[in-house]
Design a protein around this ligand. Structure first.
Ligand code: GLC
Ligand code: CA
Length: 585
């Protein structure tokens, strides 16, 4: 083993030496330093600061059904995305994560995949996909796909074969068990408010589904499943994909003995008694799979982002891997689900993720949670609050993942009647759980009909606020939410303190204003965020941090009044105001 490693290292060094003869001394030094930095991951490239591309990148989630409809059938598509790449480039996006666009019966809108290596005709063709990759590359935008690892569609050919007989080739690719008498094999519950075991008459057994019955769980204990799934990633890497967002990784493995879950207090959103899901989520075996996926990702300089619902930092830390050999970017959904504006709470979350040791990933909304505009908005100052939240998650140390339309202050447009609901969760859970349609409505491009998304009635309705909150209108207004996002993204890419700086919390006792310093050598920036609805005075004591007589020059202030002016000793912030300023010694 040891000898083998030494040998392959020597091989690499030998190859490098041959190349070195042909290049200059400076180039040699750069090459050597990046070699040391990345010896574990031969293919991963770093910049002058030892950073990999995804650490400098701003990510943007696209729900393809709802982004742009190029053929006017009311559903967004890949050519629609391609047509908007210039917008994304100008906005300052470096990578787009496209939620599943593979063939699917669309029971869970693409999260029920029936073929991992093709494009759903509803979204276009493989040619369209290749063109998207090519056009994106021209604009330095990388493509991240969504890999639904836990389950397939019940229409996937693997499952069709699996359910056909107890001795079929793919039988063991899914989880089949006998019932307990006429009851399911155990007490595990599905996430979607339905039973987690579905009886299949044909063979008289139950199959396991953590989500909908149309989403049978794969049996990851079967090595053939693992091989096939690893191959899927190679397939897409070869087509130019720069990484994956791994769906529902917490649920990959189950206890093979099917031990019942213990009861827990309370009821869930579907009104069922709660259980602690200790025997069917977050099993340690998931880490081996993540390591295997990572080895392949490293060969392609790709990134793995995880949908990681962790309850604490210890769990999050596990997802980076003991040797940083699992997910580079597990989402910190503890930060992502803070549901009210609270300086102390955000301060605590930022400090916590900083101790996890990996690269932080900040998300404030996605296709599964109500839009940040509604979750943080107070109904009066929503735009101001949207700018405040942007000033927070785009200036932290870590990579942000934006959600399409967040940059506009797009709001949730929730269904008002059960018969309008499209999301299976809402159909089962109405009225307690209304589902996720509200946060998945069409992107608001202009004041034209259907917000310029499509000429036809879109699959979900746009809210009336599209008249004011759309790309066309907001581009013209220097004080729009969009304009603030654009300024922030320019800063994020150009200010050394924001690109590379460390994070230091300031005024940690302030209950209303979240303040912090980002610093990279002599470059420093302070961010001050008033999370209250009253004006707040801020006094910063920067002397202990090495600033003898600090001078602030404001880079961005989200309030139109000049209230933001001041010195480090005394500065006033408008209600929900954000100020970002450069500090010099
Ligand atoms: C993830 C997706 C969600 C989907 C579920 C089942 O949580 O984000 O949209 O319904 O997995 O695949
Ligand atoms: Ca379409």
């Amino acid at each position: 083993m040891l000898i083998l490693i030494a040998h392959s290292l020597l091989g690499k060094i030998g190859g490098v030496r041959m190349m070195l003869e042909k290049i200059s001394i400076t180039a040699m030094m750069i090459l050597c330093s990046s070699l040391t930095a990345t010896s574990a991951n031969a293919q991963q490239q770093t910049d002058a600061h030892g950073r990999q591309w995804w650490q400098n990148a701003v990510f943007y989630e696209i729900y393809p059904r709802s982004f742009a409809d190029s053929n006017n059938d009311g559903i967004g598509d890949l050519n629609g995305i391609t047509s908007k790449l210039d917008y994304l480039r100008e906005l300052g996006v470096d990578a787009i994560w496209i939620t599943p666009c593979f063939p699917s019966p669309q029971v869970d809108f693409g999260y029920d995949v029936s073929d991992y290596e093709a494009i759903d005709p509803m979204y276009g063709t493989m040619k369209d996909f290749d063109r998207l990759v090519k056009e994106a590359k021209k604009r330095s935008i990388r493509i991240i796909l969504d890999f639904v690892v836990n389950h397939t569609s019940n229409q996937h050919k693997w499952f069709l074969d699996s359910r056909s007989s107890k001795s079929s080739k793919y039988r063991d690719w899914y989880i089949w068990r006998d019932g307990r008498g006429d009851q399911p094999p155990n007490n595990w519950q599905s996430e979607f408010g339905v039973p987690a075991w579905t009886f299949d008459k044909k063979t008289g057994q139950y199959y396991y589904n953590y989500f909908y019955p149309q989403q049978p769980d794969l049996n990851w204990r079967n090595p053939a499943v693992k091989e096939a799934m690893l191959d899927v990633t190679r397939f897409w890497y070869k087509r130019g994909v720069a990484g994956f967002r791994l769906d529902a990784v917490d649920t990959l493995f189950e206890d093979p003995n099917l031990t019942d879950n213990p009861a827990a207090p309370g009821k869930d959103k579907f009104g069922r008694p709660n259980f602690a899901r200790i025997h069917n989520t977050k099993l340690p075996e998931v880490h081996t799979v993540l390591q295997d996926l990572r080895k392949i990702a490293d060969q392609y300089d790709a990134v793995l982002i995880g949908e990681t619902w962790t309850k604490d930092i210890a769990e999050l830390k596990n997802y980076y891997g003991e040797n940083s050999n699992e997910l580079q970017m597990p989402m910190d959904l503890m930060f992502g689900t803070v549901n009210k504006l609270s300086a102390p709470e955000f301060r605590r979350q930022i400090a916590a993720v900083d101790t996890a040791g990996g690269w932080p990933v900040f998300v404030i909304s996605n296709h599964d949670m109500a839009r940040s505009y509604n979750r943080y908005g107070d109904g009066v100052h929503n735009d101001q609050i949207a700018k405040l939240m942007a000033s927070l998650y785009l200036t932290l140390r870590g990579s942000p993942i934006m959600y399409y339309g967040e940059e506009l202050g797009m709001e949730n447009n929730d269904p008002k009647r059960k018969e309008d609901v499209k999301d299976p969760q809402g159909i089962t859970g109405w009225p307690g759980e209304i589902g996720r349609d509200g946060e998945r409505t069409p992107m608001q491009w202009s004041t034209a009909k259907n917000a310029g998304f499509s000429n036809t009635k879109p699959w979900l309705p746009v809210p009336a606020s599209y008249k004011t909150h759309n790309v066309e209108t907001e581009m013209k207004d220097p004080n729009s939410v969009l304009s603030v996002y654009r300024q922030l993204l320019v800063m994020r890419h150009t200010e050394p303190a924001l690109v590379n700086g460390n994070y230091t919390a300031l005024n940690e006792d302030d209950p209303n204003v979240l303040s912090y310093l980002r610093q990279d050598k002599d470059e420093a920036i302070v961010v001050m965020l008033n999370m209250s609805n009253t004006p707040q005075k801020v006094k910063l004591n920067l002397k202990p941090l090495g600033f003898a007589s600090p001078k602030l020059s404001v880079l961005l202030s989200t309030s139109q009044s000049p209230a933001a002016a001041g010195t480090a000793e005394s500065l006033e912030l408008a209600p929900f105001g954000a100020v970002i300023a450069k500090v010099t010694k």
